[in-house]
Design a protein around this ligand. Structure first.
Ligand SMILES: *Cc1c(COP(=O)(O)O)cnc(C)c1O
Length: 393
């Protein structure tokens, strides 16, 4: 019998069953190292899936961003523009490089980087003669940012773009894979992502030389000598051959995972969008979101319940829900950093943060589990509808 109170997680790992085949082959060949046939295979297979020239498998998405900044020669005193509405990992590597982050607000349609705010920031930076060395654009929750507009602006000022596609593997923008439009794209295979290697990341680019350099930097920058000679600072960032094996099997089911998450999103919309005060994240025209997490905005006045209260009630029912990311320009860590809002006196990310919620969206979630979440949210919101109707009557 189904356990009616088992914990429902936000986005737990979902293995295909085929992972063990690749792990076993690594053991049989004794390739228990941060290199080997699974690493090469995973890089080849993901490049072909994405339609890019080259990929470097690394230990995390954060490491991939760090390498991209290193390859773009970002150093002390340089500025890097970054979406403010994101996980801290998008911006931490800017600090590792001793550079200065400048945060760019979201726009209301995609919740991602506002081209308007970016334009103001670039204009001002150009006037000051202090253009950024790179712009990090994040595609949050699987939703693509407005890349045409963003790339046009960055081209105008000749600033390279790094796409943080950690959450958008399997998403597309105008027919192209999310993360393949800028100079570099990065993906994450952390345990909560749409596919996982337990921990890992990928740096991709059409510039094969740069990806070769990334592999060199990620293995301690050993010069091609028969002994250990080094002339640059390197990192120990390569992906293990065992974890790459998990990645190869996960990549084979990526399209199924996208289908499952999109189905889950549609079910939530079907059952919850009639409730007062609920708006789901939309999908940008000509793009496909992987719907990594179903996210919605809750209007406290209309819904008759606060975000915090709803989280508390769902948590008591053993259902994991989370607030959306807290904007980075509001983090104590980034106190004093420059920030450009969507328009003068109109902060979008801050508003999203106060209203936004992420619902359980794991691709292995059963219909029964999802109905438990849906019923629970309905019960939390509907008594208030009843009260309001009575008051109005
Ligand atoms: C998960 C995530 C990262 C970091 O990836 P790791 O593999 O955990 O280092 C970066 N950016 C975003 C938006 C993420 O969600």
């Amino acid at each position: 019998m189904e356990n009616h109170n088992e914990k429902i997680y936000l986005s737990p790992p979902h293995m295909s069953g085929n992972e063990q085949v690749y792990i076993n082959s690594a053991f049989e060949l004794n390739w228990i190292a941060p290199l080997g046939p699974n690493v090469d295979g995973f890089e080849r297979e993901i490049s072909s899936y994405l339609g890019v020239n080259a990929a470097a498998a690394v230990s995390s998405g954060t490491a991939a961003i760090h390498l991209a900044l290193q390859l773009l020669d970002v150093g002390p005193g340089d500025r890097v523009f970054c979406s403010t509405f994101t996980f801290v990992a998008s911006a931490n590597p800017i600090i590792y490089q001793g550079a200065e982050p400048v945060f760019i607000d979201s726009e209301p349609e995609t919740w991602n980087m506002s081209p308007q705010a970016l334009e103001r920031a670039l204009k001002e930076a150009a006037l000051e003669g202090n253009l950024p060395k790179a712009v990090i654009v994040v595609h949050l929750y699987g939703q693509s940012a407005k890349m045409d507009e963003i790339l046009r602006l960055c081209d105008r000022y000749d600033v390279p773009v790094i796409e943080d596609a950690a959450e958008s593997l399997g998403s597309t923008y105008k027919g192209k894979a999310s993360g393949t439009l800028g100079s570099f794209g990065i993906y994450s295979f952390n345990g909560n992502k749409i596919i996982t290697t337990s921990g890992g990341g990928m740096l991709v680019s059409n510039d094969v030389d740069q990806i070769n350099k990334a592999r060199f930097l990620s293995t301690q920058a050993k010069d091609p000598f028969p002994y250990y000679q080094h002339s640059a600072v390197g990192f120990n960032y390569r992906m293990s051959n065992i974890l790459a094996g998990i990645g190869r099997a996960q990549l084979q089911v990526l399209e199924d995972r996208v289908t499952a998450r999109r189905y889950i999103f549609n079910e939530y919309v079907l059952h919850l969008s009639e409730l007062p005060g609920i708006t789901f994240m939309s999908e940008l025209e000509n793009s496909r979101s992987n719907r990594w997490l179903t996210t919605l905005l809750l209007d406290e006045k209309e819904a008759g319940i606060s975000n915090d209260k709803l989280i508390e009630l769902l948590t008591a029912e053993n259902i994991e829900v989370r607030q959306v990311w807290k904007p980075l320009h509001l983090q104590p860590l980034f106190n004093g950093c420059l920030y450009y809002s969507h328009c003068e006196n109109h902060d979008v990310a801050e508003k999203l943060f106060t209203k936004g919620l992420c619902l359980p969206s794991g691709s292995a979630m059963t219909k029964e589990q999802q109905m438990r979440v849906i019923n629970c949210i309905g019960n939390c919101l509907q008594p208030n509808v009843y009260k309001q109707t009575r008051l109005l009557g």
